[in-house]
Write a protein that binds this ligand. Structure first.
Ligand code: NAP
Length: 257
């Protein structure tokens, strides 16, 4: 787990940073010096653990609660963000990480309902789209947008079809937006996540057969850990990645090479 200290003076919003990969990203960006808006959907206690961990490490953060994928989600999130920014004497953000995601696993094409389909689209695609739209005036020129994608966009998944489809849509969003925002020197990239142990994957990875199969598919021979992803995001957020835009950074440990 590194720290470049390169984000001093920057403000980052990380959606879904109460738990899992988002928490790891929030902690890492804070360690690099950013003031981090720690967003959560319903699990405020977990989000408070994230802000406490950041404070213990000497970093700065504040909480923003807003369930995504429901009417008014962007309004609620933006209001919370703006109040947190004001409290810290800030008015803009430099780094926007779309991490919050919903994976209803095991839903083959035969069983996925229209309601489940709509829910995944609402959280994984519609929310990042309209949150970006709302925050564009508050995103500094030269800033960063980073989306969290999935290896299931390049390797057909045994665990469902709706979720990969939403991540594929998010990839097209990122690439297209990268062109549009180039004149403002805002980079837009996605980080592709492979098999990584979090609440989302606990059930799948607790099955020894799935565990061994997923390790076997991964060139580096283990299941991913949250810092593996957070460090990749920190790189894209840093000045070192200033000339990288419209691309996907595969942080899967080499799944299905
Ligand atoms: P996780 O452990 O399930 O955590 C999900 C986070 O997103 C939580 O902070 C949760 O907030 C938030 N969230 C979920 N639905 C939300 C909603 N409707 N409104 C607001 N917040 C919501 O998931 P994770 O494994 O860390 O996944 C993070 C990202 O990586 C996701 O985009 C996921 O698709 C992607 N990914 C993960 C893997 C993997 O192997 N873990 C693989 C590929 C891609 P609350 O705590 O408030 O519920």
């Amino acid at each position: 787990m590194g720290s470049t200290g390169s984000l001093h003076g920057k403000v980052a919003l990380v959606t879904g940073s109460s738990r899992g990969i988002g928490r790891g990203i929030a902690e890492r960006l804070a360690r690099d010096g950013a003031l981090v808006a720690v967003h959560y959907g319903s699990n405020e206690a977990a989000a408070e653990e994230t802000t406490a961990a950041i404070a213990r490490a000497g970093g700065r953060s504040f909480l923003v609660g807003a369930e995504l994928g429901v009417p008014g989600d962007v309004d609620t999130l933006t209001a919370g963000l703006e109040s947190g920014l004001r409290a810290h004497g800030e008015s803009a953000i430099g780094i926007l990480v779309h991490n919050a995601g919903l994976n209803l696993m095991g839903r083959s094409i035969e069983v996925l309902t229209p309601e489940e389909f709509d829910r995944m689209v609402a959280v994984n695609v519609k929310a990042p789209f309209f949150l970006t739209q709302r925050l564009l005036p508050r995103l500094r020129d030269g800033g960063r947008i980073i989306t969290i994608s999935s290896v299931s966009t390049r390797v057909a998944s045994a665990h469902g079809i709706g979720y990969p489809l939403t991540k594929g849509a998010l990839d097209v969003f990122s690439r297209t937006l990268a062109k549009y925002l180039g004149p403002r020197e805002i980079t837009v990239n996605s980080v592709v996540v492979g098999f990584t142990r979090t609440d989302m994957t606990a059930e799948v990875l607790d099955d020894p057969v799935n565990l061994e199969r997923n390790i076997g598919l991964t060139a580096l021979g283990r299941i991913g850990r949250v810092p593996d992803i957070a460090d990749a995001v920190a790189f894209l957020a840093s000045d070192d990645a200033r000339w990288i835009t419209g691309t996907k950074l595969d942080a899967t440990g080499g799944v299905n090479l």
